[in-house]
Structures are given as C-alpha cells and as structure tokens.
Design a protein around this ligand. Sequence first.
Ligand code: ASP
Length: 473
Amino acid sequence: VKRTSIILVALGVIALSLGIAAAWPATGFRGIGPAALNSAVALAALAIFGVFLPKRLSLPMQIFVAMVTGIAAGWLMNCAGELAFVTEYLGIFGKLFILLLKLVITPLIFVSIVCGVAGIGDVRKLGSLGAKTLAYYFFTTGIAVLIGLLLVNTIRPGVGRESLRADVEQRVDTDVADVDGSETAPKSLGLRIQEDMLPRIVQNPIMAGQNPLVIIFFAILLGAALASLGGEAEPATHVFRSLDKALIQLVLWIMVLAPIGVFALMAKAIAELGLGYIATLAKYCMTVLLGLGGHTAVLVLVLCPLLARVSPKRFLMGMLPALELAFSTSSSSATLPVTIDCATRRVGANENVSNFMLPIGATINMDGTALYAAVASLFIAQVYGVDLTLQAQLMVFLTAVLVSVGTAGIPGGSIALLPIILGSADIPIEGIGIIIGVDRFLDMCRTVVNVTGDSVGTVVVSRSEGLLGEPLD
Ligand code: ASP
C-alpha cells in the first residue's frame, strides 16, 4: 500500500507538471480551469495504466482498453478545446514509447537474422528457405494488389468526384499559410521535449539511421559463415543467441509502457485525423477497408488453416498484441520486436524461421501498403478523369508491388513513394493532396495487414519445413 501511494504521488507530480505546462503557453497562463482539467486527465491516464490495470488485466486487454479510452479522450479534449495538451504533452508518452521500440529494432534485425540463419545451419536449406520466403511474399503481395484493383474498378469511388480537385487546390493554399504561421510560432515545452530532447537521448548509438537492407544482407552472410564453421563457431553463436534473448527481454520491459503509450498515440491520432475528411472521402475509405478486410480474410481464413493448419482463432489471439501495436503505432518496424515474440511464443512459429523471415518481412513485405497504393492511384485517376488502359493498370500493378517492397515501415512511409506509381501511369501527382487527409487512418489499418501478412508467412513456412510448434504461452 505504501509503495502504491508513493507511486501515485510521483504520478500526481508528473500529471500536475504536464497540466500546468500545457495551460501555460508562451502567450501566458490560461487559467486554473484548463490546468486542472489537463492535470486530471493526465493523472487518470497514468494511474489507470501505470497502477490499476497492470494488476488486473492481461497486456493485450490493457492495450485494447488504452485504444478505446485514447480515442474517447482525444475526442473529448478536442471538444474541450485542449488539443494542444493532447498532441504536445500527452504525446510525450507516445513518442517515448515509439522511440524505445525503435531503439531495439536495428540490433534486433541484425542479431535475429544472424541467429536465424546460423540456426538453419545447412546453406542449401537456407537457399530453399530464402526462395520460399520470397515466393510467399511476392505471391501474397500480388494477391493484395489484385484485390485492390478489382475493388476500385468495381466500386469506382472517384468517378463523379471531380469537385475534390478544387477542394484540394484550396486546401493546399491554406496549408501553405499554416506552414508559414508555424515557422514563426515558438515551440511549446512539450513539443521541445518530444522533438528535440527525447530523440537525442533515446537513440541507438551504434546503428541508428542504417538502411535495414544493408543490415539484412550482412547478417545473412555472417549467419551463413557461422553455420559453415560448425563447432568452431559455437561460442559466437551462443553469444548471439543470448544477445537475442536479452533484446527480447528489453522489449518486454518496454512493453510495460505500451498501454500509456498507446493511449497517448490514439488520442493524438484522433486529434489529427480530420474526421471531416473521412466523410467526404467515405467511399474511397470504404474501398480501401473492404480490400484490406478481404485480403486479411484470404490470409487468415484461407492460407493459415489450409497451408499451416493453424486455426484463425489461434493465429489472431496469439498475434493480438502485435496487431494492436501495428494499429496504434502505424509502423511495422516499430512493431517488429513484438511481432517476433508473438509469432514464436504465442502462435508457435519456429524461432529460426521467424528470426529470419520477420525482419525481412517488416522491411520488404507490405501487403496492406501494396493494396492501398493501387486503390489510391486508381482513385486519383478516377477523380481526374484519367482513363486507364489495361496496360496502364498493369504498370500500376507492377509498381505497386515494387513500391511496397521499397516502403519504409514507418508512419506514412508509402506516401513518399506514391508518386512513382502515379508517374508510371500518367496520373497527376498533385492528386496525392486529395487522399492525404485520410491517410493517417488508412495507414493504421494497412499497417495491421502488413504485419498480418508477415506473420502468416512465418507460420506457413514453419509448417512447410515441418517445424511448426505449439504456443508456449
Ligand atoms: N505505415 C506502414 C507500415 O509501417 C507503411 C505505409 O504504408 O506507409 O507498415
């Protein structure tokens, strides 16, 4: 009891500081009311997710509660006019959580691939596993794009929506004005903590900023070399294995922050979503969601039971924490550490296969992104009245698959590459402005499908190698 009260007092001090800071921008103190409201929300969130729920609910349930209450809090604070508190101050917890996960990603990709490849042992076996991995990834990504193209050609969400073009042109003008405005406004303390302070401290000192493909390539070679040395390489292999365990342990520690981090991320996402856009673009959003749902059904209801003999329930229940994180972080790389843990411990995929396949999958296999990119491109073409020939649609198919391979597993990663698809089929690139308003929401959804695609892959390939186990948890 004494320990709990000390923790509660500490959380109270943190909440009060955040509440007062948010009510005290550079322009002066806004009054006791906002300070009290903000502090109360922060204290409630910290106490619920830091003290009360951990003892009563499992982690996936805690994250679920955090998602729902985060949405409610984001919306309510929006109505109360305390948006800055949500994005700038509550946002600190979301930012810290993502930075901590990212801290582990790069070493984890390296160590887990070395372990996976060394564990597979025989170089010929590695070749067949590599071929299976690539075949599965390209096959399923191809299906995803096909589903997307089929739906967008049937539903035709952009036909008759020419007025959207005018909307965008207008919006681009006001956005430019916004940017000009924010350049002169000083950053609040909360934003300075999120953008300047935390990233300087919570960053992997050795491998930050390294291209994952470079790391994957080197890790595969080193793993293969270790395997070929046999007994002589045993000490090194042991070191890598225990490092792998240590990194997973680190992830489990970081996951203690998951509920409060997810709460903050969801509240912030709701604040930034622009629900109004969703209504204007409802048909487009529905098309993307229908496609994502259809592809998930193919993966989980067909491939999983058919090829891996794993029931959809076992797969979904096991992967739940990873899928929740994918949704709330919009980042398949940030989710990777948890994806590996769920696939191996909670679903029963083989450790070596997962260690090899999942980091590669998080980098190159993005079914949701590919589907989304195809639908978005054709939607823009329809709005602009560009008639796409079969040949142009084939270009969209090919470039969508390629773009999904090149997309970084970060929030909004594919938006940067969308111009490649548009350019290849002569669709106006400015059209991206039309869909950008709803991108955040669709990003959350497609990231879930990206992670699902990777995980079904590791379960299917584990089975085909005769290595699928039982869940440990
Ligand atoms: N956010 C996605 C991911 O991390 C990438 C994207 O489509 O923007 O998987």
